[in-house]
Design a protein around this ligand. Structure first.
Ligand SMILES: [Zn+2]
Ligand SMILES: [Zn+2]
Length: 258
């Protein structure tokens, strides 16, 4: 069964969009749709974030949609958790509000980015991966979202004016290996995420990039798929292309059978 386990209908701001997401999932033969709006975070008021104090209401709205689409699409309640050790208390507050089927670990280092500070691509990548490595040492999560999404920031120099010293995954191989060991120990899934790739339909921009997919496989990591849809058209993005791919396809087939 096809499943999309990373979607942002922005449920607290646009309550009816979840129904459009479910209808789109049905069109694409996606049997299970997990809603994963962002946790409340004191330093961010992004539209896809649940406002502070409203996580219980968010869960109630997802479960209402679950009942409305019973027998059509299996709607599940998840959450995207922005990990940083300074915000562990805010993660615990969000998780205390109820049950979540899927808890995504995200290292959104751009939230902590200071444009006045001299920083290079490799420093930024290192900060993001160190932070993610700390996340995989906790027991908050069921999956790691967009492993190498910091690559996206390198394409936005006007917003993130960093010194372009290059990025190569092999420079961080030890850190990736530590992340995968932690994930294997805790049974965390690794997400295949086309959010950066879908605009250009370029599989080379998918997270994780191919060599990291192979490295994760060598640790016996299991995968999941999440479109990271921020609009109805992005539900199930690139799923057909990924399923047909010789590297991503077998990883997704195992997930679709589980
Ligand atoms: Zn994210
Ligand atoms: Zn997301």
């Amino acid at each position: 069964m096809r499943k999309d386990y990373h979607t942002h209908p922005q449920l607290m701001r646009v309550p009816d969009r979840i129904d459009r997401y479910a209808a789109r999932a049905q069109e694409l033969n996606i049997g299970a749709l997990c809603i994963t709006d962002h946790m409340p975070l004191s330093i961010s008021s992004a539209a896809d974030r649940i406002p502070k104090g409203q996580v219980g209401e968010y869960i109630r709205r997802v479960n209402d949609a679950r009942e409305r689409f019973d027998g059509v699409v299996d709607i599940r309640c998840g959450i995207e958790l922005d990990y940083h050790p300074d915000f562990a208390g805010e993660i615990e507050d969000a998780l205390a509000a109820g049950e979540f089927h899927h808890r995504l670990a995200s290292s959104h280092m751009h939230l902590f980015y200071d444009p006045t500070r001299e920083i290079s691509w490799s420093t930024f990548a290192g900060l993001a991966l160190e932070n993610l490595c700390r996340a995989t040492e906790t027991n908050y999560f069921t999956a790691v979202a967009h492993l190498d999404m910091f690559r996206w920031a390198f394409t936005k120099p006007e917003r993130f004016p960093m010194r372009e010293d290059g990025y190569n995954w092999q420079d961080f191989e030890d850190l990736y290996r530590e992340i995968f060991r932690n994930m294997k120990d805790r049974g965390l899934l690794l997400e295949i995420n086309p959010h950066f790739a879908e605009k250009t339909m370029d599989l080379g921009r998918c997270y994780p990039e191919r060599p990291l997919l192979d490295l994760a496989k060598s640790y016996g990591i299991s995968f999941c798929y999440g479109s990271d849809a921020h609009g109805t058209d992005s539900v199930g993005a690139m799923l057909t292309e990924l399923e047909a791919d010789p590297d991503y396809g077998p990883a997704l087939q195992t997930w679709e059978r589980s």
